[in-house]
Ligand binder design. Sequence first.
Ligand code: F6P
Length: 728
Amino acid sequence: MLALVVLLALTLLAIPPSRLLMEQWANADVLSRSRLIFGSVQGPVRRALADGDDERLASILAGVAEDDRVLAVGLCDAGGTMRGATSMMPPDFSCDSAARSEAESFSHIVQDGRHVFVATFPVSTPAGNAYLAVLNDLSYIAERTWQIQIYVVATLLGFGLVIGGAGAVLIFYLLKRWAESLRQAVENARRGKRLPAGRDMSGIERQIALLFKEIEATRGRSETAEVKWSPQSLHDLLATTLPDAEIIIVSNREPYIHNRRNGAIELQTPASGLVSALEPVMRACGGTWIAHGSGSADRDMVDAQDRLAVPPSDPAYRLRRVWVSEEEQNGYYYGLANEGLWPLCHIAFVRPAFREEDWRFYRTINQRFADAVAAEATTPDPIVLVQDYHFALAPRMIRKLLPEATIITFWHIPWPNAETFGICPWKEEILDGLLGSSIIGFHTQFHCNNFFDTVDRFIESRIDRETAAVTLAGHETLIRPYPISIEWPPAALKGQLPVEACRRAVRERFGLAPSACIAVGIERFDYTKGILDRMHSIDVLLTLHPEWRGRFTFIQVAAPTRSKLASYSRLQDEALALADEINARHGQDGHQPIRLVVRHHEPPEVFELFRAADLCIVSSLHDGMNLVAKEFVAARDDEQGVLILSTFAGASRELTEALIVNPYDARSMAEALNAALLMPADEQQERMHLMRQQVREQNVYRWAGRMLLDAARIRQRRRVLALAGSAL
Ligand code: F6P
């Protein structure tokens, strides 16, 4: 269509010059013809004049006028009288109107609406100059010009149509060939066919073959329900679906902390679900982990680029430490992250606090980590795994620095409903920051739904719940549930004594009788964990079932955390007081029903406690997932022990064979404790068997693998689109 319009425009443009050309040519033609006439008749005319033979003169001139294009001819004698004028001589054309000079002269006149070209030639006679006037009818020129214009237009149009048609046929043919070769390349790639000897793959064939290899690998992984997720399968997945992909993790908490104690440097692994989930993944994948260097000896252990290879005993990846001053830490970590976002996202009825200066530090530190990502990246499109609520702004910042990066942000804590999130003064900035990600992951579908509702309420964007995606300013972010888990088998299980030996060791350490029933609770000393609530339920248990007094001990291991914050120090004080109160109420013969141990425990100690326990209590008031529950299950290779699990922890959606409790209801939790203490060994075994199967299959390698598979799909889709773009 466009080509036709262009052709028409060109044709119209060609009309005025062709008309001018035609007119010039016609004038020249008439002129030369008039001269020719004059040349041929001037002799006879002169003789007829000399003889005074008007009849002969008239006959000569009549012969000239026989030519169609000559309108009339006449002779003006030396006296100015018209003689021998032919029949068509216009009556009002007189010798006065003919130019008379010593040389030939030409003029245009309009006679009865028609254009006439008058050529006047001097003829010398003894009586002076006579003039031969030849009047040419120019109307045929207009006719010819019109005809020629039609020819020009028709020719140009015809020419254009022929060329255009030929071009269209050629393009169609080339496209058909291209489509056929593309189909062939896809077919070859699909069947893994080799090219004939001597023929190399073209660039596009090579890319298609590569893409197919990756897609096949991706599909193979995702469709194989029985994939056994392990460090090796995760490693293989990376090699096949994301070859050459660079992995960078960003988290606040570092996986290895170096602390100085009594003049020596000690290595500590923090009490962090995030770290226990991601560390095995990094050991399997390699890459760079960027985290806050929070240990007192951290600076002593890094190189000039603030890096060190970890795990220190068997390096598998790189830790890049980022430094944060105390003032910054107070604003970004204690302030905005833990006094603002933490209570905002957990329904534990602790009021969130939002302070402007905390927000400033939060932005500064997010930018510092984003800059560190850009500095560490050695490729333009790394896979960046941003962890948790400490870095809600970092995804957008990283996207600005590395537009090609695949950014997967995982939110380890719950996402509240839109109404609750609306409390946050910087809700739009936080949502915008997160939507710089390629994928945002939550533990449960419920949290994904809350996130969609929040975006819907506060940000102008396109939400597609069918594909689970949010598009903001042309950038699409997928929102997906990825329930986090632990490594299987857990490293901390290695070197553990048999369960019986653990039971003995722990009972001896706490001075308990060999037959004593033990419940354990192990976590950070955090108000979301429901530590006070479980103590209340033990109080109720011992009140309602006094037969357990002296026979039942609850060991609560609580790692001090965020103690600078009033809400946390208050909790510690309250827990100590409550333990004393309950011990005073139900203790007997030196036996204390509650043993509160406030210190950090390394994973092997934690696992020993799990293996020694009859039951484990996880009574979170609100928890994204809770990995303690899964670790307890993983520790029990004897398939014994009962898990009491809060319905408000994400883990309760997976570990359905636990005794699910409402931690706000002390009475029913006490009954669950009683039921657990009385549960027969075979029922314990049945429940534990199913839960172990769940954690074994849905382990942390699967968690990471599913995210990486989705990242691979995003990258493949981008490459297919780029390929289609470059091929057309
Ligand atoms: O639950 C959220 C979380 O970031 C976990 O991922 C981690 O286990 C815990 O908080 C650690 O908190 P912190 O790093 O503040 O000690």
